[in-house]
Unconditional design. Structure first.
Length: 264
């Protein structure tokens, strides 16, 4: 049984940053493995360690710089890694989750895993839709926001517990093969060992372009565009009220009354 884990490299913004040409300048970004995907990867490795799965393969859409993050996933227990990229993808095509799903689908079909695990969402965009979009593209059953998982290989099913709105949970059974999006808290992701990091540096990462996957260029045409970013316009000066707490409270009450926030 093969488990394929999709994961993303995400950018974290420094506390102090500047916006240039409508986006956060690259020098203020730090890249790392998406938190939700770490739990999906750990769940896959646990299944292999339990003898349920035979192989764990990771799949990432990202440029060459993402290979450091991919090797971190290898160091944490993945057996193989696949990366999809073409410079044309830098033009905003990946903003659309259906494009991401279309890019990953040929690889998933070729690998033919019994189970595809993905993090519930990415820390940068928070769409929480890529895993479900991939399931629709593949025509597979799916379950989202899974926080507990057990497999019955003889029956060909996965028993999952998933979070719903309002603090409710649902326990249901999904036929395999299936796509599951994994919630944080389902396990405790491990740290990469020094030995694992050393071995990961020597492992080959399989790379494919959209053209090699037989994808039409129309699939890569952006249908979702990011709006502009700008610093908010100041609405007024800040006034600091001096004095004892009681004096400050009275002064602030007068200010609120003058601004008609409260009645005198």
């Amino acid at each position: 049984m093969k488990v394929l884990v999709t994961f993303a490299e995400v950018a974290a913004v420094a506390d102090n940053f500047e916006i240039e040409d409508g986006a956060v300048a690259d020098r203020y970004l730090e890249y790392d493995l998406n938190e939700w995907d770490e739990y999906a990867l750990e769940e896959a490795v646990l299944l292999r360690e339990a003898g349920v799965a035979d192989e764990v393969v990771t799949l990432t859409i990202g440029p060459r710089q993402s290979e450091d993050t991919i090797r971190m996933a290898l160091a944490k227990g993945a057996d193989r890694a696949i990366r999809i990229w073409d410079d044309s993808l830098e033009d905003g095509a990946l903003e659309d989750v259906t494009t991401r799903a279309a890019l990953m689908a040929p690889v998933v079909e070729a690998e033919d895993p019994t189970l595809v695990l993905s993090g519930v969402q990415a820390a940068d965009d928070g769409y929480a839709a890529t895993g479900v979009a991939l399931a629709k593209t593949l025509g597979r059953q799916w379950a989202a926001v899974v926080n507990d998982l057990s497999l019955d290989r003889e029956a060909g099913t996965a028993r999952v517990r998933r979070e719903l709105e309002g603090g409710l949970e649902e326990v249901t059974t999904v036929d395999l093969p299936a796509v599951l999006t994994i919630q944080t808290g389902i396990n405790d992701p491990r740290y990469a060992s020094l030995r694992g990091l050393q071995e990961a540096r020597q492992q080959e990462i399989e790379v494919h372009t959209p053209a090699e996957l037989g994808l039409d260029e129309d699939i890569l045409t952006p249908t979702l565009h990011r709006g502009e970013m700008s610093e908010p316009t100041p609405r007024g000066d800040t006034e600091y009220v001096e004095g004892e707490p009681t004096d400050q409270a009275e002064a602030m009450a007068d200010l609120f009354a003058d601004a008609e926030v409260i009645e005198e």
